[in-house]
Design a protein around this ligand. Structure first.
Ligand code: TIU
Length: 228
């Protein structure tokens, strides 16, 4: 049996009471399209090397989470090959030479089934781990994430991935409004813009934890239970 009582984790703005049995790890958009050259991140004019430092802390947290026998969920941002779920407003933005759906070195940009759309090998999902394919920034919008979490009795989320101020922030806000307690390990999220990363984290913890808590992955790993 997983321990039902809570374990305190040092966090901002105050300790997070982790209840392992009802806490899932949600890893957002650790896809080649955001972390490797030639994908969506670079198409938007970003330097993808800025976000790669989050890979190793995510890998260690993922291994610890799996070793504890707890629920892991992965999400990917992307669109149907026919692009029928791509709003024109999203397709047009970016003003680059290429758009979502165009061909790049890793296949069609941000399109499901393409190499660039898939999760990086370091964090590749196990067959038992649900993968949420989302057309937007938030992982709850137009997906079955909430249903899956409810079916597993999940009330808390440790949310990681890229980018801090875009998909992580949007998902933390969505989760908070649906009643989940959100903990964000600062070393497992990253942005192409370091100042947006810093202020994005401050926005989560301000006003007594308006959206949730921020801690680091070492502290979280230290309190995870051993395999059941
Ligand atoms: N552009 C940017 O910073 N992020 C995204 O478009 N998506 C995610 O954050 N996943």
């Amino acid at each position: 049996m997983i321990e039902k009582s809570s374990i305190k984790i040092e966090a901002e703005p105050y300790p997070f009471a982790l209840t392992a049995a009802s806490c899932a790890l949600l890893i957002l958009d650790m896809q080649r399209d955001f972390l490797e050259p030639g994908g969506f991140g670079e198409m938007l004019g970003n330097d993808v090397s800025q976000v790669r430092h989050a890979i190793e802390p995510n890998r260690q947290l993922l291994m610890a989470w799996r070793a504890a026998g707890l629920l892991v969920i992965h999400a990917r941002e992307g669109h149907r090959p026919d692009l029928t779920d791509l709003p024109e407003a999203k397709r047009k933005r970016g003003w680059g030479k290429t758009s979502i759906g165009d061909h790049g070195p890793m296949g069609r940009i941000l399109v499901r089934g393409e190499k660039g759309h898939d999760i990086i090998p370091e964090l590749y999902p196990l067959p038992s781990e649900p993968v949420i394919d989302k057309p937007g920034k938030g992982a709850f919008y137009a997906t079955d994430l909430h249903t899956i979490l409810q079916n597993h009795g999940i009330k808390q989320l440790v949310i990681t991935g890229v980018t801090t101020e875009v998909c992580v922030h949007t998902t933390v806000r969505e989760a908070n409004d649906r009643g989940y307690e959100c903990l964000v390990p600062h070393d497992c999220v990253a942005s192409y813009f370091p100042h947006f990363h810093e202020v994005g984290l401050k926005m989560i913890t301000a006003q007594g934890g308006i959206f949730g808590w921020v801690s680091d992955s070492t502290r979280i790993r230290a309190v995870l239970p051993k395999k059941l």
